[in-house]
Ligand binder design. Structure first.
Ligand code: PAF
Length: 250
């Protein structure tokens, strides 16, 4: 049996953490690298997605991958393939802003599972909604989530960060500031206020959403919610950034 770490390449320390976690689970670790056109809403975003295959092989191997796999479109999507539906979680928050995105994600993950037949697969908590949707796929593959890896200044690691200028990168730090402050708030209402007021201090950040959700169904959390998480999405220099943190009091 093996553990699969599905990625779209441009590997960074966040991916290394996934691969290292996978290696603790099994000695066979497959890293797949495929920029999945089905999960992008526009062509420009696919074209701009960073591609660093040689570096990826090096990073994956050093982190402990035993196989680095670059499937072709035809391998994953034979003629007549069917797009899967991501279900109710697929059309809110990220799904509302990126229609069809999660259908593309579950479709590719399903195909990757079918072709590699892993016993486990590892995904990052940075894409928390994606992780929840993949867990809800109820496949035989056990899904393991790994906490977000951050830069020294708190910026969540993401392949998209490579597209930010230094100024944009500075603006992006507001996301970590907002989440770090909000997670300590005494109530959900105050947490949401802190998210919004902190984000509004940064002119370079264009908010899409910022709120506190119930981790189980992504409804807006109430005081009695057991597992609460603050989530943010927005754009800096046209680059979409998402991040989240569990609330300290939960
Ligand atoms: O998180 C990603 O990199 C992608 O959405 C995934 C899971 C590899 C599917 O293409």
């Amino acid at each position: 049996m093996s553990v699969l770490v599905p990625t779209m390449g441009a590997l960074h320390k966040g991916h290394q953490a996934l691969i290292k976690r996978a290696r603790t689970l099994d000695k066979e670790v497959i890293v797949s690298i495929f920029v999945n056109p089905l999960q992008f809403e526009n062509k420009e975003d696919i074209e701009k997605y960073p591609r660093t295959p040689e570096r990826d092989i090096e990073i994956a191997t050093i982190a402990g991958a035993t196989q680095v796999w670059f499937p072709e479109f035809e391998d994953l999507y034979p003629e007549g393939f069917q797009t899967l539906n991501a279900g109710p979680l697929g059309s809110i928050f990220e799904g509302a802003s990126r229609p069809g995105h999660f259908d593309g994600v579950v479709t590719v993950v399903n195909r990757l599972f079918a072709l590699t037949k892993p016993s486990k697969a590892v995904f990052g908590e940075k894409d928390f909604q994606q992780l929840s949707i993949i867990k809800a796929m109820k496949s035989k593959v056990e899904i393991i989530g790994v906490p977000t890896v951050r830069e020294f200044d708190g910026l969540a690691m993401s392949s998209r960060n490579l597209r930010l200028t230094q100024e944009g990168r500075n603006s992006a730090l507001v996301v970590n500031r907002a989440l770090s402050a909000a997670r300590l708030a005494p109530t959900v209402e105050i947490a949401i206020e802190i998210l919004n007021s902190t984000l509004s201090t940064e002119a370079g950040f264009k908010k899409d959403y910022a709120t506190v959700i119930d981790e189980n169904d992504f409804s807006i959390a109430t005081e009695t919610t057991q597992s609460k998480r603050a989530i943010i999405a927005g754009w800096v220099e046209g680059v979409r950034l998402i991040d989240n943190m569990p609330m300290a009091g939960r």
